[in-house]
Design a binder for this molecule. Structure first.
Ligand SMILES: Cc1ncc(COP(=O)(O)O)c(C=O)c1O
Length: 344
């Protein structure tokens, strides 16, 4: 069987999760009558220390609802140049909310208050209004990087002082908490709007949440309906998310250890190098410029290791609850073998 390291979204529900799904109590969530959704939203808000949370089909929708509530057409949104909201969300900040992007580019996906300050525009008739800053933690494309707590808090304080709203794309905030031992509320308390996902490291088949103040979530519920994201007896899928939240947060440290095990082996392979991962995402740099990333990916697929290329010189591998330490070791050894063949 293939060792699938393409993403932590590829996991399949376990028998116990399927049991929770099969026996979920349900009701019509558009009438606010689905007890499982209510429990999931309350539990999520409790963990994040926010007044409320809203269950949504995807992290993409949670992010875009956050931006839609916080900004008006023509406002600016400052984000990292390779942030998920701009790289992988189909142009939605502009299409759905009419927001004007302003980018900060750094190698690791984190930035400082001074970087935000550099992009602020004077308040006059010429410029878009400075409105939203997006922080992605962990940062996906930069390799599952965890923001240093001080740096994160400095940026948030700066934003508060300058009347900027902060949206936290915490699709993998659970990984941040597992890696640092900090509670999710510590990160969420600094910002207006938070996305968290249940369908990544936590292993639920579907679902994410947006969290914030009661008034913020009331607005988000309105825009979710506007976009057709309201769902009926959705406790069927919320049950998987609730099971994931209750059972799979603590074990994320195993995924991080497996990512490190894999990294150690990849770093011994000729022609490749990767930075030590903070969490479960490993970005592999192809040092030998005579070989394209896709060629390596194709050879690995032929050997039963599934990974993704990110452009011509980078490959991404992600550990998750459906790959064991043994499989990660095996995958690392296969990478070594494939590279020895390609380099010679
Ligand atoms: C940082 C980040 N934000 C948002 C998302 C979007 O989540 P979804 O695939 O549920 O739309 C992803 C997906 O990988 C992500 O990595």
């Amino acid at each position: 069987m293939a060792i699938d390291l393409r993403s932590d979204t590829v996991t399949k529900p376990s028998p116990a999760m399927r049991q929770a799904i099969a026996t979920a109590e349900v009701g019509d969530d558009v009438f606010l009558e689905d007890p499982t959704v209510i429990r999931l939203e309350e539990h999520t808000a409790e963990l994040l220390g926010t007044e409320a949370a809203l269950f949504v089909p995807s992290g993409h929708m949670a992010n875009q609802l956050g931006l839609r509530v916080l900004g008006r057409a023509g406002d600016s949104v400052i984000a990292h140049a390779s942030s998920h909201i701009f790289e992988y969300e189909s142009g939605a900040p502009s299409a759905v909310s009419g927001l004007a992007p302003r980018f900060i580019d750094t190698p690791d996906g984190t930035f400082a208050a001074a970087d935000v300050a550099d992009l602020l525009q004077p308040r006059n008739i010429h410029h878009s209004r400075n409105r939203i800053v997006v922080i992605e933690n962990t940062h996906n494309r930069c390799g599952g990087v965890v923001w240093p707590q001080d740096q994160y808090e400095n940026v948030c304080v700066f934003c508060r002082d300058h009347e900027l709203s902060v949206h936290l794309d915490g699709a993998r905030l659970w990984n941040v908490c597992a890696a640092t031992g900090t509670p999710p509320s510590r990160w969420a308390s600094q910002v207006e709007s938070v996305t968290v996902c249940f369908s990544k490291g936590l292993g639920a088949p579907v679902g994410s949440a947006l969290a914030g103040s009661r008034a913020f979530i009331d607005d988000a519920r309105f825009f979710r309906k506007m976009l057709g994201g309201q769902m009926r007896q959705v406790g069927i899928i919320a049950a998987g998310a609730l099971y994931a939240l209750e059972h799979n947060r603590e074990r994320l440290v195993e995924d991080h250890a497996n990512a490190q095990l894999f990294t150690k082996l990849v770093n011994e392979a000729p022609g490749l190098s990767c930075i030590w991962p903070d969490t479960n995402i490993v970005v592999i740099d192809v040092l030998d410029h005579t070989i394209l990333a896709q060629q390596i990916v194709d050879d690995l697929i032929a050997e039963g290791v599934l990974v993704l290329s990110m452009g011509e010189r980078k490959i991404r591998a992600v550990t998750h609850l459906d790959v064991s330490a043994d499989q990660c070791r095996q995958a690392g050894e296969i990478v070594q073998r494939v590279m020895q063949q390609l380099v010679n």
